[in-house]
Design a binder for this molecule. Structure first.
Ligand SMILES: NC(=O)c1ccc[n+]([C@@H]2O[C@H](COP(=O)([O-])OP(=O)(O)OC[C@H]3O[C@@H](n4cnc5c(N)ncnc54)[C@H](OP(=O)(O)O)[C@@H]3O)[C@@H](O)[C@H]2O)c1
Length: 264
């Protein structure tokens, strides 16, 4: 172990979070990984300790349990020096709002919004006392347009975007730099991969491997960039979406999503 600083990554057992763990480990960062109970976070940790000689601590619990989350955060705050926080854990879903259960909606709000704010606010004193520190929040290209039949997810990602940029401005005189990344589609798990493949050529637009998204996100976050949009297609798409009137883009995207539910 080369230093006593840690990078905390939420949702680190699979998908984008696991890739963040791999690339941060390769940069020699010690890690605190948070994942659900029964995840393979411990085996990810063992591999990284062996391969990179870093220290990795694993905390497995459900982050939507706010009391549990706060108790773990207080333990972390008292026992570790965290200088990099990556708020990655997030879930979504596609369904008509009338077909969604209140539990499913609440879980998205709890994980994507409430837990992200709780973690950030609780760890701020720790991050602010470091010589240099970083927060990287994971939003989505979906944050840029409201989408019917998804409603809650893009709204939660727009919250993350707004929260991150506001926080960045509030802390601009401090050693803590806040960035937000807007990934496009990624084949991170079976459900998402099936959806992307089902969309055919359209689904492949803006598609990037997680390794590339994480490479760009880490590089630009550590360079202090505020907004990070990995991939040329996604940058062009973002520009285009900025020109197209809201009503039109809302209709086009929502129509495509509605078709997806119809073939489910
Ligand atoms: N995939 C995409 O196309 C896409 C596009 C744009 C943005 N994003 C965003 O990128 C981030 C990562 O997405 P992903 O596709 O990599 O997701 P993923 O493959 O589903 O992985 C999610 C991670 O979060 C953990 N997690 C889920 N619920 C949790 C909870 N209640 N408490 C603690 N940990 C929990 C999971 O643990 P387990 O492995 O134990 O379940 C897993 O490690 C999310 O914020 C997502 O919204 C994804």
């Amino acid at each position: 172990m080369k230093n006593n600083r840690y990078t905390l990554i939420t949702g680190a057992s699979s998908g984008l979070g696991k890739e963040f763990a791999l690339q941060c480990a390769a940069r020699g960062m010690n890690l605190i990984l948070i994942a659900l109970p029964g995840s393979n976070a411990a085996s990810v940790a063992n591999n990284l300790i062996f391969e990179y000689g870093i220290d990795v601590r694993v905390f497995e619990f459900d982050m939507t349990d706010s009391l549990m989350l706060l108790s773990k955060l207080h333990y972390i705050r008292a026992n570790f020096e965290v200088d990099f926080l990556i708020n990655n854990a997030g879930i979504g879903g596609t369904a008509a709002i009338t077909e969604s259960s209140l539990e499913a909606i609440d879980r998205i709000l709890q994980l994507n919004i409430r837990s992200m704010v709780l973690i950030t606010q609780t760890l701020l004193p720790l991050l602010l006392k470091q010589e240099k520190s970083y927060i990287l929040n994971i939003s989505s290209m979906a944050a840029f347009t409201p989408i019917a039949y998804k409603t809650v997810y893009p709204a939660s990602k727009a919250f993350i975007s707004s929260f991150s940029l506001g926080l960045r401005e509030e802390l601009h005189d401090t050693p803590l730099s806040v960035s937000v990344v807007y990934p496009g589609p990624m084949m991170t798990n079976a459900g998402i991969s099936t959806r992307i493949i089902g969309q055919g050529r359209k689904g492949r637009m803006g598609l990037l491997p997680t390794s590339e998204i994480v490479r760009v996100a880490l590089k630009q976050c550590l360079a202090g960039k505020a907004l990070i949009i990995p991939g040329l297609w996604n940058q062009v798409n973002h520009r285009l979406m900025g020109i197209i009137p809201l009503g039109i883009k809302l209709r086009i995207i929502s129509k495509a999503v509605k078709k997806e539910i119809a073939v489910k």
